[in-house]
Design a protein around this ligand. Structure first.
Ligand code: PLP
Length: 290
């Protein structure tokens, strides 16, 4: 898997990214030590903080008041947090968001590395990124130290299949492995390992062609939905730019129906995902469309 994506070390989890991200956190900080954490973190991160006793220094995301959604925190916000807490052991950022919007990871990695601190990226929504050049830059290419991915989200793994990657010399592979060992089951599912390996093979052999198709499908879907009265498909003009995200994954299709005078909850009746208020969301890769 490490060869397939171009990482130095890769680890597998059969307990989802929920376990992977906790393993990464425990490899960077211990009880009462500080970790800078983007406040738009998943509950797996929060439970990792509770279990480990790591002290979070929250870094505020970039809030879009018009669309009522958060983009990942900026590099400047991490810089300011490190300036205030120079004893923080490292940083954790979630990118892409479930909306597919991405932080300026290279800049955040530089902020960390200037201080010799590691950057953990919760890239649960970005397992596919290494496999096509037209997708946003994935964490390892941007210079992150650890990158956590859920294969069951944007790949074709079984639920709970997660992979995490390591590079550089700020975290010892043995330490990361031992943290995974501390948390993981002693009877991992062979089905899950086989599915992870099957996905790896599929990506190496056919990833480029599959994502060529998915990107073309997403582009055509965006155009067709945008042609329907009252529906606005969010794109780079909405999500990217100063004070917002640095990039976005075009495979996450967010449709804003505010002008129809209804709510996302109503429009989503019968849809698995009812957590968004004025948007409905489709994904054209990996897991079943919602
Ligand atoms: C950003 C993020 N991180 C971590 C997780 C946990 O991943 P898993 O469900 O693979 O345990 C999720 C799950 O939705 C997530 O969205």
């Amino acid at each position: 898997m490490a060869d397939a994506v171009g990482a130095e070390h890769t680890f597998f989890s059969t307990c989802g990214s929920s376990l992977s991200v906790k393993s990464a956190m425990l490899a960077v900080a211990g009880p009462h030590e500080k970790l800078l954490v983007g406040r738009d973190a998943h509950k797996a991160v929060v439970s990792g903080l509770i279990l480990s006793g790591i002290r979070p220094i929250w870094v505020t995301p970039q809030w879009d008041p018009d669309r009522h959604l958060a983009h990942p925190p900026s590099a400047e916000a991490f810089e300011a947090a490190f300036a205030e807490h120079p004893d923080a052991k490292g940083a954790l950022v979630t990118t892409p968001t479930p909306y597919g919007t991405c932080s300026d990871l290279a800049a955040i990695a530089q902020v960390c590395h200037r201080r010799g601190r590691p950057l953990i990226v919760d890239e649960a929504w970005g397992a596919h990124l290494p496999f096509h050049p037209d997708l946003p830059t994935w964490a390892m290419d941007a210079g992150a130290d650890v990158c956590v991915t859920s294969v069951h989200k944007m790949g074709s793994g079984l639920e709970q299949g997660s992979v995490f990657h390591l590079q550089g010399d700020l975290i010892e592979p043995e330490v990361l492995k031992s943290r995974e060992d501390l948390l993981g089951t002693t009877s991992p599912s062979v089905l899950l390992y086989a599915a992870l390996d099957g996905w790896r093979r599929q990506m190496v052999e056919h990833g480029r062609a599959l994502y060529d198709d998915a990107l073309a499908l997403a582009a055509s879907l965006r155009t067709r939905i945008a042609g329907i009265d009252g529906m606005h498909v969010h794109g780079r003009d909405d999500f990217c730019g100063p004070g917002r995200a640095a990039d976005m994954d075009p495979l996450q299709i967010i449709v804003d129906i505010t002008s129809l005078g209804t709510t996302g909850y109503r429009a989503a009746t019968g849809c698995a995902n009812t957590t968004r208020s004025t948007c409905i969301c489709a994904t054209t890769a990996g897991s079943a469309p919602s």
